[in-house]
Design a protein around this ligand. Structure first.
Ligand code: ADP
Ligand code: MG
Length: 358
């Protein structure tokens, strides 16, 4: 297992990149701590696979270095990096049995036969394929083949890191939770450095100690699920994480007051003069309906989602969502919204500005 350092790393698929826009991965400096479980979260096309393939050595970066425990591996081939990678779609040897597929990475490294047999049995249990060990991979469903790919990724205990690139895409929904749990328990028992790529926030937040959020080729925040929820560093994190995501409203900011269309909104923190595109961000959990004070809104609909209600409202064309308690009665006169002063974030050009406690 190893600490993985990305030093000034960037990648463009173009031969002569001219501007930052030409980079699929914008400049990045980051240490992936030894033994930590990370999720790499972002929408399709934001650069997740590009980053993963650079770490494993499938792709050579156009700029910067990769170090494993301080040793430069930028020019080292995949095999020398000693990494297990599982892809979105199955990679299995069709003519081999399930058992032979699972044993392959171990045999390849000259592991002892008794150890291989025991370890294959253990992994087969984790992926629920003990009964199919002697079947040829050919003819199995995509779902079963992907489980073999996962098993092959997990079988070696001596890898520097385990990289998973949206590995549950073709897995049956009811098996997803089960396999994710197995990956977590694998992490607990072996303490591998793991990077798990997903575009699904629930998967990311339940799998990882730390979540790395990417947007448009850039890492915009690295944090615990709590940090991403409470203090989104970028408007994208606020919007992408949470259900529904954070409310974002253009505002003027003066000291401890946010001003929207003549309505003053008190904040618990103060801000110096700010310039650029200014917005406040408040999660629906910290937004309340009121009959007497706040920002006037138009209520479009109320959804009952069991644990609570989601009120979908609108302020001059901008959606505002409010989470109300399950039993809350929402009167026809409640057409204003207020925000919990301590939970208001301020953004300048999409980046969070740290306020001073007032
Ligand atoms: P993700 O895995 O987050 O969906 P990718 O890393 O696959 O994103 O892609 C990031 C960007 O790089 C996208 O705009 C994609 O179109 C582009 N891209 C990916 N692979 C290649 C390639 N081999 N050649 C050119 N462009 C690519
Ligand atoms: Mg991808």
């Amino acid at each position: 297992m190893a600490k993985i350092t990305l030093d000034n790393l960037a990648h463009s698929y173009l031969r002569n990149p001219k501007s930052e826009d030409d980079f699929a991965l914008k400049e990045l400096n980051h240490d992936w701590a030894d033994g930590e479980a990370y999720a790499l979260l972002g929408s399709s096309g934001c650069g997740k696979s590009t980053l993963l393939n650079i770490i494993s050595g499938l792709l050579h970066p156009s700029q910067g270095r990769i170090l494993f425990d301080g040793k430069d591996v930028t020019n080292a081939p995949t095999t020398e990096r000693n990494i297990a990678q599982v892809f979105q779609f199955p990679v299995v040897y069709d003519t081999m049995t399930v058992r032979e597929n699972l044993a392959f990475p171990l045999k390849n490294r000259g592991a002892d036969a008794a150890y291989v047999a025991a370890r294959v049995q253990e992994i087969a249990g984790m992926i629920g394929m003990e009964a199919t060990l002697d079947r040829k991979a050919r003819g199995l469903t995509a779902d079963a083949k992907q489980k073999i790919s996962l098993g092959r990724g997990m079988v070696r205990e001596d890898v520097n890191a385990l990289l998973f690139d949206e590995p549950l895409t073709v897995i049956d929904p009811h098996m997803k939770w089960e396999l994710r749990t197995q990956l977590k328990s694998l992490h607990h028992s072996f303490g591998h450095t793991m990077i798990y790529v997903t575009h699904d926030q629930t998967e990311a937040l339940t799998f990882a100690d730390k979540v790395v959020v990417m947007y448009d080729g850039r890492v915009v925040q690295i944090g615990t699920p709590e940090e991403l929820f409470e203090r989104p560093a970028h408007t994208f994190v606020g919007y992408f994480i949470g259900s529904p995501g954070m409310n974002l409203l253009p505002a003027e900011i003066a000291g401890t007051t946010a001003r929207i269309d003549g309505v003053n909104i008190p904040m618990a923190s103060g801000y110096g003069p700010l310039s650029g595109k200014l917005e406040i961000g408040v999660r629906p959990e910290f937004t309340r309906l009121s009959a007497t004070e706040g920002l006037p809104v138009r209520i479009r609909r109320i959804e009952d989602v069991g644990r609570h209600k989601i009120v979908r409202a609108d302020f001059q064309g901008t959606e505002i969502n409010i989470i109300a308690e399950e039993g809350a009665s929402i009167g026809a006169d409640m057409t204003k919204v207020t925000f919990d002063a301590a939970q208001i974030n301020v953004y300048a050009n999409d980046w969070r500005v740290q306020g001073e406690a007032a």
